[in-house]
Design a protein. Sequence first.
Length: 200
Amino acid sequence: MPSLAVKTCAVCERTLLMGEQATRFATGLSADLVEVCPLCHEEAQEHGWIREGSPSVPTMRQERRRRGLLAGLFENRRNAAAEPVAPTLARRRLSPRESALAEAADHFNASPYRRTVAGISKSLGAPDASIVHLSGVNKEIVITVAWDISWYQYRVSLDSLQAVRLAERGTELDALDPSFQDWNAEVDDEGRLHPSVLRR
């Protein structure tokens, strides 16, 4: 029986679901082609990557490169500021700890991972979600998004340039610590995270 190769998207680092079609891109960093999931095609092209079979020089490549990494970061921050999960007046009623949860949700919602969650939700349905402060001196906040057959865990550093990163993923909910399974947030159809603390 042939073994099935596990494919991972080179942009969002998500493991592709069985039957999900990936597109191969040349990054220009090496001779090898990388796999990109359907949700990340546009972002791969913004990085100047070339789709397999396309002309070797994309029309807008130089313009996209001039925007650079910092431009992308500032654009994400503008998007987060434009659509916060809680308006300023509502956030004033929150404790500092609760406000940090709302800010972590804003960072997640402005990241490419939101689109990843939205795409998986179209196949697997609405996930459970939690937002948890790590104890001790670590100031990171952990966001867990879980379905019956798959889960993803993200670390949010509120004072970091790269505020959100994929930390872990798995297929068995039993592998998750119970503290991360206190489902205190909801995910909408667009993959946006909404902490339950804002609904009271």
